[in-house]
Design a protein around this ligand. Sequence first.
Ligand code: LLP
Length: 420
Amino acid sequence: MTEFSYIDTQLHAESCSIPDLAERHGTPLYVYSRAAIEANWRAFNQHLPSPHRACYAVKANGNLAVLQVLARLGAAFDVVSGGEIARVLRAGGRAEHIVFSGVAKSHEEIAYALQVGILQFNVESVAELERISQVASATSQVARISLRVNPDVDAKTHPYIATGLEANKFGIPMRDAVAAFRLASQLPGLEVIGVDCHIGSQLTELSPFLDAMDRMLALVDELNDAGIEITHLDMGGGLGVTYADETPPNVSDYIKAMLTKLDDYPQLALYLEPGRAIVANAGILVTRVEYFKPSEKKDFVIVDAGMNDMLRPSLYQAFHRIENVNQNQHTSTTGKPCDVVGPVCETGDFLGQDRQLQAAEGDLLAVFGAGAYGFAMSSNYNTRVRPAEVMVDGEQDYLVRARETLDDLWQHERLLEHEC
Ligand code: LLP
């Protein structure tokens, strides 16, 4: 990952020094590299000539500037809420480049999506099919739909981010799929164009994707025999990245393997919905050491970023590499393993455990791989303002989200009018 590298012992994002960014914008601070986002996007896009396409999964990082950078490259988007549709449009993305996934689309969200003219709905249940049909026909519109089918494939990832097993809430079970497609092709206001699946996130092997694809293509054959013609196959997101020593397939091998399977299906356009693979390693979280606290068995490096700023380690026991921003720092540690912990009053509030780290009070640390599901999953727990976000572009840096203020936090709260 060349966009974050040490120059004269100081970590840089492209040509911007991290200590300088921290000085000017404060910490905790998310820093994204525009060059990295663009390179990651191109790695997908170059292997997906039209009519194939990649739809960036907005949930991974929905900052308007991130979406703007991708929209300018002509990206399509995978969204899971009306809010994400609005974000994409606000950032300059085009409605006809949006696919709308998610298990609980409300009447209002469906109406909004139809009104702005999105590309397609990825439908997750028969009940949702009926609701979209009602909303579309009530306004004399036609909703293009793909049915999300659950291929019952083990993604071999953390159970919280596996989505393609029958035990998960997502999609229509494979055995019910043909009946659901039959219903869809009869309901008013719907145009059936595709099949869709998403088996999980942070997959580091190719085989689950290919197994899922075989099952989806068998379904396409079955539908064809039933007279239902499918033109889009959406295989979801899920390609893993390297946080520690994982070796996920590279983007080119992953896409080529999938496209090879489509050799006998010239009518099918392949859609992919990458999120993590576009932004995870294009972002870091910069945090300052507040205290160094030695203890009997291990030391605690207490930093100013907590689980509210970066939830992944606490929620999924996810590993993120943590390094001192200044490589020449040789102070304060005792040689014992350190836990890098935050200010939140929870034992589960850690960014890393049992690390070998040189760090003293006042030092800056970088948490790598923080561009995906980092800020996106942040909260105000413990009445903590969410961090600022900066995007660097060569020597320039742009504040793309200001640090929240306390007034931001309670602006929608009200005191009781009369004292009780
Ligand atoms: N499409 C659908 C329908 C999805 O549900 C997801 C992610 C994606 C695409 C993008 O998947 P990706 O390429 O990013 O793996 N918060 C968790 C990840 C949850 C992913 C949920 N769905 C984490 O921090 O690991």
